[in-house]
Design a protein around this ligand. Structure first.
Ligand code: PBG
Length: 325
């Protein structure tokens, strides 16, 4: 055996302390953004059947919830509203007393330091469940932009720290930026769902947010999972229009896209670890088939390794607990 030459990689793996010395990627509590579903009404804490550990909560439960989130060391939340009433134009999305606006005011009053991100979309608020104005079965782009800008402005007025438009109409960043600026909110950043695929991984979210389209699907506005170059075009136009953060969604099946976007653009990159990605691990863990903690940590590490700076995840509270152990 005197001839063979090889490299001894195992030298750096000999002990946990040595491994920790050469570790390249970390998850910090500061990286986590926790989604909350706020619902009209009182005394409501509805478990979402397809997402164990996730609830729709009414405003009176929000205080306890935020207290817990703060005590766990999580510093930002993203709010999704489940309104009592839906209509053709999604009016509750941009109503001054809409559920997200009220929830935002409530959180900022009790925990002004909490970073409140408002999801800006219409699908939870429209009776047809699409993310834009519908006419003759078509989702109209340009007339929708005005409603999105109105929604963003009303969220900023309520005190939202970041506006996160997720509807995938063309020009939504430009329209929202202009709307915010004209209303005096030049300082409110936009976290754009720049790259959002038409994904089957959103299934459980639509149970939680009651936002399933009542006809057709979202493929005329969300992206085709087959496409990679198109993601760069989407991210580029959002950067040009004034996006401050870029979201890639979903995350787990799109790690290549996260890396591409990170390499190409100089902005904080956010991975959206979506509902289906959360639920499939919960389901396997409930059957005793996998180690939930190890699998969740490994999955989040993969997103950071791929290039995401922040992660929106329903597992944020679990992860924050594990990080403190
Ligand atoms: C609304 C929206 C969706 C998600 C976030 N915002 C669903 C959709 O586009 O149908 C999905 C999030 C998740 O699955 O966790 N436009």
């Amino acid at each position: 055996m005197s001839e063979i030459q090889f490299k001894r990689h195992r030298r750096l793996r000999k002990s946990e302390n040595l491994r920790s010395l050469v570790r390249e990627t970390f998850i910090r509590k500061e990286d986590l953004i926790y989604p909350l579903f706020v619902v009209e009404g009182e005394n409501i804490k509805n478990p979402v059947a397809s997402m164990p550990g996730v609830f729709q909560i009414s405003l009176d439960y929000l205080k306890t919830e935020i207290d817990e989130i703060v005590s766990l060391g999580i510093k930002s939340i993203i709010l999704f509203g489940v309104p009592a009433e839906k209509d053709e134009l999604g009016k509750e999305a941009y109503h001054d007393h809409g559920i997200v606006q009220r929830a935002t005011r409530f959180v900022k009053e009790h925990h002004p330091e909490m970073v409140v991100i408002a999801d800006t979309c219409l699908c939870q608020y429209t009776d047809h469940g699409h993310c834009g104005i519908v006419e003759d079965g078509k989702i109209l782009n340009d007339p929708t932009l005005n409603l999105l800008a109105k929604t963003a402005i009303s969220q900023a007025e309520a005190g939202a720290d970041i506006i996160a438009p997720s509807n995938m109409m063309d020009g939504f960043v430009a329209a929202i930026r202009q709307g915010l600026d004209e209303a005096g909110f030049e300082d409110v950043p936009i976290m754009s769902y720049a790259v959002k695929y038409a994904s089957s991984f959103y299934g459980p979210f639509r149970d939680a947010a009651h936002s399933s389209p009542q006809f057709g699907d979202r493929r005329t506005y969300q992206m085709d999972p087959s496409n990679r170059m198109e993601a760069l075009r989407e991210a580029q136009s959002d950067m040009e229009e004034g996006a401050d953060f870029l979201i890639v969604k979903p995350a787990l099946s799109y790690l290549d896209i996260i890396r591409d976007v990170k390499n190409e653009f100089n902005a904080p990159i956010v991975a959206y670890n979506v509902s289906g990605e959360y639920s499939m691990i919960k389901a396997a863990a409930a059957n005793g088939w996998v180690n939930e903690k190890e699998m969740v940590m490994e999955k989040l590490l993969s997103m950071k390794r791929a290039g995401s700076d922040l992660i929106i995840t329903y597992a944020a509270k679990d992860v924050a607990r594990w990080l403190s152990e």
